[in-house]
Design a protein around this ligand. Structure first.
Ligand SMILES: [Zn+2]
Length: 378
């Protein structure tokens, strides 16, 4: 049976198109070139300027048009308002980003920059998650996927980093909690990079439980160690699972089975959010997942949402830079959200991530249980 899936997308998000070369900062340009040379070895470094580029989204949309999925309903997001952004971000920072409308400049040495259309794009990317949770709250559907850029999970409360301007997921979670009555929000960030911005924003907040599986430090951004478990009332509400390079489907499924699922059952969330990057795909950088693995993760999260929170599940696009990997993965995930089951995926018998997940489970035996305490605080 087909399940409706709300898919949020707006072509104005293509207007975020910063140029990677900054003549004023040759070292920054060199850093971008080094990143591109690593991720896209065949690229012409004179013409190919930024890995986080508009055609990531057009490739996804083209694929969904060529191979449509029954149940998908295309939706236009409403741009996030200043007040909505300030629920997750420092007001001075929001004012700074808004002041850059129409400008081109760099915000962080790690290749984060804006072009004249970036501020509009960033407000729409953050607003897509809000639009999704509002529609779900109104009973229009239970599942949503936000095809957005710039991505969000590296954006901190008061500064940009890692291609991210606003933390789209954090803005969404804050809105769900502050304005829609959801007392407990649970997040799984399965992007290959640690969601350091999301961690920072909710580090002391027991009402948002964050599980983050990612390539371990010193891989970018270098945070997300096991012992980073939250602070104050939020102790136990950040659960990091650092993984070795080469981790694949087996490792991520183990994260779901042994970390996400038990933590969710203890926490009893009102809604599930996913920072859904696809850079763990074997065609992308240094991990070994494939599109079927992502489909199974989506199926697991969908079933968990059905069991715990009336099916409420919103995925927000984060990273994923190889067009083939990105389009295959998003399409496979969207099919699952629309109710098409996937039964099996390729599992490497010697997946190097499994040992790391077992270590994380052992470490978090205590902190997973304290996450229950969040119920008492909400
Ligand atoms: Zn990433």
């Amino acid at each position: 049976m087909t399940t409706p899936v709300l898919v949020y997308y707006d072509t104005r998000m293509l207007g975020h198109n910063p140029h990677g070369w900054d003549p004023g900062h040759p070292a920054w340009t060199d850093a971008v070139k080094a990143m591109i040379a690593l991720q896209f070895p065949g690229s012409n470094l004179e013409t190919y300027s930024h890995p986080e580029r508009p055609d990531r989204l057009t490739a996804i949309v083209d694929r969904l048009m060529l191979d449509p999925i029954e149940g998908v309903r295309w939706m236009l997001p409403t741009a996030a308002s200043t007040a909505q952004l300030k629920q997750a971000h420092d007001k001075t920072y929001v004012a700074h980003i808004e002041s850059l409308e129409g400008e081109s400049c760099w915000l962080a040495q790690d290749t984060t920059a804006v072009s004249p259309g970036s501020v509009d794009a960033a407000h729409l990317a953050a607003g897509a998650g809000i639009s999704a949770v509002e529609a779900i709250s109104a009973g229009e559907a239970q599942k949503a996927f936000c095809i957005v850029r710039p991505p969000g999970h590296h954006a901190h409360s008061d500064h940009a980093s890692g291609f991210c301007l606003y933390n789209n997921l954090a803005v969404t979670a804050a809105h769900a909690r502050e304005n829609l009555g959801y007392q407990r929000v649970m997040v799984w960030d399965w992007d290959m990079h640690h969601g350091n911005g999301t961690q920072e924003i909710f580090y002391s907040d027991p009402s948002v439980l964050v599980v983050d599986s990612h390539c371990a430090a010193p891989f970018y951004p270098g945070s997300g160690l096991l012992y980073e478990t939250g602070a104050g009332a939020g102790v136990g509400s950040q659960i990091n699972c650092p993984l070795p390079l080469g981790s694949g489907n087996a490792a991520l499924l183990k994260v779901f089975d042994e970390v996400v699922k038990p933590a969710a059952k203890a926490f009893q969330p009102d809604i599930l959010l996913v920072s859904s990057g696809f850079d763990c795909h074997y065609l992308d950088m240094t991990c070994a997942m494939d599109e079927t693995g992502f489909a199974i993760l989506a199926q697991c999260m969908s079933e968990l949402a059905d069991e715990l929170c009336d099916g409420r599940l919103v995925l927000l696009l984060e990273g994923g830079y190889n067009a083939q990997a990105l389009t295959d993965s998003v399409h496979a995930v969207m099919k699952v959200l629309a109710g098409n089951p996937v039964n099996a995926c390729n599992v490497l018998p010697d997946d190097p991530g499994c040992k790391a997940v077992a270590d994380a489970v052992q470490f978090h035996q205590g902190p997973i249980n304290p996450a229950c305490r969040a119920k008492g605080h909400s």
